[in-house]
Write a protein that binds this ligand. Sequence first.
Ligand code: SF4
Length: 378
Amino acid sequence: MSAPSLPLLGQSLSALKDWATAQGQPAYRGQQLHNWIYQKGIRSLDKVTVFPKGWREALKDYPVGRSEMVQRTEARDGTVKYLLGLTDGQLIETVGIPTSKRLTVCVSSQVGCPMACDFCATGKMGYRRNLELHEILDQVLTVQEDFGRRVSHIVFMGMGEPLLNRDTVVRAIRSLNQEIGIGQRHITLSTVGVPRQIPWLAQQDLQITLAVSLHAPNQELRQQLIPSAVHYPLASLIQDCRDYMLSSGRRVSFEYTLLGGVNDLPIHARQLAELLRSASQSGVQLHVNLIPYNPISEADYQRPHPTRVEEFVRQLEQHHVQASVRQTRGLDGNAACGQLRGSFLQNRAVLVTTPQLPAGNGIPNCPYLREPEGNLKA
Ligand code: SF4
């Protein structure tokens, strides 16, 4: 294998050994470098104290591929949201979600998002670019370093549509598994649906969990909420989910953001139940995560009334569909995905601040943010 090109973060052990050899060093220096990049989380090669001093000096400006922490926002429940600055000046968000047993990172896959979902702050900001492999891995290392403990779970549920950056996201999944040691069954990829990409994902031989965001039980309403859905009929999406489960042997979980007065009526629950039953394979009962919406200033949608949520669950259960509700404990203007970045750019906040927010802040529409311990699907 040839020596890796920049940056070093994202390179495999064998590639780092080749790189060390190409630098005139023994191959074991590559093993050491792998450990210092992925386990110790170094940001500069002159910090690799096991390297000879002269070589360290020569390498001190060699880019590792780490971001700069621009802002850190911590909730009382320990959830931390980060605004990370990339080398080209773009800003992305990452969230660290701790419990006593696990540390989950909600990672971004793009700067902005072209899917333009009408209720989403990230969708409102438009699309800038796809993230590079090292920029995805860096988010995980940043959270690991900040918490001082190992990251156990990953959800691709931050800024961006992962399947629009599919090759890099799949490389990142393999790197998270092989270089950082996170089990694939602890990784969830969430998609709103991109034509032809779920069949492609099924062929990648991954053990991850696929989460499909429906947000509407019929095509007409779905297109209102998710403009890109015009290119992907709901019937095709459901068929792709059926085929995915058949060929991969993995279940698909479904996400449904409840928007007050828009998609939270009993008729919607009944339609959703019918839709999910049509997706089921051989009697396998499917599960839907209901996410009561957390309003954002960029859109007019409202949080559903609790009685509507209860009735929605009752209707689903009556129609033999399992459902769980993800509640937001703390609401804040910067809590939703994409809002921290927007607020920062508006206010020109100072670098690295740690304001205290109400408990539960992070990504309120992320169904995993407040997942009860032991209940996150593996
Ligand atoms: S909800 Fe997800 S897919 Fe839709 S605009 Fe927001 S980040 Fe993109």
